[in-house]
Design a protein around this ligand. Structure first.
Ligand code: O2Y
Ligand code: MN
Length: 596
């Protein structure tokens, strides 16, 4: 399959370690994919869904102890602990190889080792990185065939080069005590063992495209970010591209596939999806920022996806989709909480147990049919509003960068940073409240700089420095904004309708980026001036609008204490510019000056 000596050598070494019965190279052909589907159906690894309702779709159920990324078992293995930084788990590389090596030893006996050559990004693009994933899971192969460009072409592109990410994965025996997700950025290597789920095992995604890529990006002078990319077309036909970072459970996929509200649709606004999770960003020859989505699919959360929240996602997953851990019915249908229509009269829950609507546990809590982190894996090309530019090897030019979080108080609907440096501070102080669907105490605020806390492959202090330095290379750095769709009233109701109406906010952002859009200066940044956001057709009182943009200096000064505590952990490694911004903000807030 390949004449690449480095690749041959590495595959044989890994085979020596894992002892598979056979080795199969993934060529990317339709015939091979069909054969693998048949094999996985025969073993029960996947179940074919009703062909009429769900053409080309399959169901997969993971082990019940293996339903999400396991952050506490995810490590950055650099020679020096300080290079991983205080926000990552760290293991010394030799020790990490030794520990995981013991779990990999003989793990593929009686199994097949699949060799998946894949590319993140279109072939021939300056952005693109090549990886090889070795895995003993057909589920992983089928997912990688959706999420990445995989097959023979990649080997051709790689040629004799040894410049590829080496990814080794085995389900092992799915024992959480023997699960490790290890990143060796100095070796461009990823080892994942003991899991069969999503972010832990689709090594092109979080492991390569964020953790390893963020390390490579720092060395090579670009940014690997946890950001959606979308295009907004105005009535004159101009398309502005925005990259936006949000922590989990803030509706990133929904925003990337937004449908304009009726009054804006009538004016001629359109939205184009480029990506929903990852953006690789480079400075173009023209001095602008260009962003590319390195993936070819969506690995989205099913619960809550319906024709109101995200009709485009529903249309995307109608065919050729793999559903993981949703509810399965006896007639080959699937369902999830917050999905379409009534729940089926009965079915098999995500954990394999019989399920009926209304079932409760011993504590009287409803038992869900689908796991809250159940997923769909669907080809990006099936999205009805996929941008024609989504796989342009140059990427798309960015008009603005947006950071966001879920804050019931404090953060206004939108504000604009004063400068790139201030924008980096805004990103570095991103935070979000934990929702019921996440691990942790509900309502608690988790700091998540640039939404990269679980995904930065090196010391976050160096990551902030990289952002600051990167900005200095840009003749006209794009403006940076912060949005919060989730601000609440005293009675706990949301102040902003969200969903499609978020486009009204994006339009102000775009106007500002082009030098227009009326704004009022506040201590934290510029907020829209009264009347600057188009509210036509919205039933929203003046009082609510005022609350949406309120900046309470006392609340912010309290928040600043938390910023300081968060930054303290980085010690001397924190770039001085960050504390400069902290002091400047504190000063502005102390002088009073809340926005009107
Ligand atoms: O739980 C998992 O393994 C998947 S996590 C995930 C999947 C798609 C996009 N983003 C995420 C995330 O955690 O940010
Ligand atoms: Mn993500």
């Amino acid at each position: 399959m390949t004449r690449n000596k480095a690749l041959q050598k590495w595959v044989s070494e890994m085979a020596e370690l894992c002892q598979p019965d056979r080795i199969v190279w993934i060529d990317g052909s339709e015939e091979q994919k069909r054969a693998l589907e048949r094999e996985a159906m025969a073993s029960g690894e996947i179940i074919k869904l009703d062909e009429e309702k769900w053409p080309g779709c399959f169901y997969h159920r993971t082990a019940t102890n293996d339903v999400a990324r396991t952050e506490h078992l995810t490590y950055i293995c650099t020679s020096k602990k300080e290079d991983a930084g205080p926000t990552n788990n760290w293991m010394e590389p030799a020790e990490a190889y030794r520990q995981a090596g013991a779990y990999f030893k003989g793990a593929m006996r009686g199994r097949t080792m699949y060799v998946i050559p894949f590319a993140m990004g279109p072939l021939g693009s300056p952005f693109t990185k090549i990886g090889i994933e070795l895995t003993d899971s057909i589920y992983v192969v089928l997912n990688m065939l959706i999420m990445t460009r995989a097959g023979e072409d990649i080997l051709e592109q790689l040629g004799d080069s040894d410049n590829f990410t080496r990814g080794l994965h085995s389900k092992g025996d799915l024992d959480i005590e023997k699960r490790l997700i290890l990143h060796f950025p100095e070796d461009n290597t990823i080892w994942s063992v003991g899991s069969g789920y999503g972010g832990n095992v689709l090594l092109g995604k979080k492991c390569l495209s964020l953790r390893i890529a963020s390390w490579l990006g720092r060395q090579e002078g670009w940014l690997a970010e946890h950001m959606l990319i979308m295009g907004v077309e105005n009535p004159e036909g101009r398309i502005d591209y925005i990259a936006a970072a949000f922590p989990s459970a803030c509706g990133k996929t929904n925003l990337a596939m937004l449908i304009p509200p009726e009054p804006l649709q009538k004016q001629g606004y359109k939205v184009w999806t480029v990506g929903d999770d990852i953006a690789w960003i480079r400075r173009g020859e023209d001095g602008r920022l260009w962003a590319l989505n390195p993936e070819t699919g969506f690995f989205g959360v099913a619960p809550g996806t319906n024709s109101k929240t995200n009709p485009n996602a529903l249309a995307t997953i109608r065919q050729n989709t793999i559903f993981t851990n949703v509810l399965l019915t006896h007639d080959g249908d699937v369902w999830w909480e917050g999905g379409e229509g009534e729940p089926p009269a009965e079915g098999i829950a995500w954990d394999g147990r019989p399920w009926k609507p209304g079932m409760v546990d011993e504590g009287g809590k409803p038992i869900p049919g689908a796991h809250p982190n159940s997923r769909f894996t669907a080809p990006i090309k099936q999205c009805p509003i996929i941008s024609p530019e989504w796989d342009n090897p140059k990427g798309v030019p960015l008009t603005a960068i947006v950071f966001g979080g879920r804050r019931s108080r404090l953060a206004p609907l939108v504000y604009e940073a004063f400068s790139w440096q201030h924008g980096v501070y805004v990103g570095a102080t991103m935070a979000s409240e934990i929702t019921a669907a996440q691990y942790g105490k509900q309502g608690q605020v988790r700091r998540d700089p640039m939404a990269m806390l679980p995904f930065c492959g090196y010391n976050m202090a160096d990551y902030f420095r990289h952002w600051l330095e990167f900005g200095k290379t840009l003749p006209h750095p794009p403006k940076i904004f912060h949005v919060n769709w989730f601000r609440k009233d005293e009675d706990g109701s949301f102040l902003w309708p969200g969903y499609g109406d978020n486009l009204r906010v994006l339009n102000w952002i775009i106007e500002r980026a082009h030098g227009g859009g009326a704004a009022v200066e506040t201590p934290i940044g510029y907020v829209p001036a009264p009347g600057a956001i188009d509210m036509s057709g919205l039933d929203i009182s003046e009082d609510t609008v005022k609350k949406l943009f309120e900046v309470d200096a006392r609340d912010w000064l309290e928040e600043l204490e938390d910023h300081r505590r968060f930054f303290e952990q980085f010690g001397d490694r924190l770039p001085p510019e960050i504390m400069e911004e902290y002091h400047a903000l504190k000063e502005r807030l102390s002088q009073g000056g809340a926005a009107e």
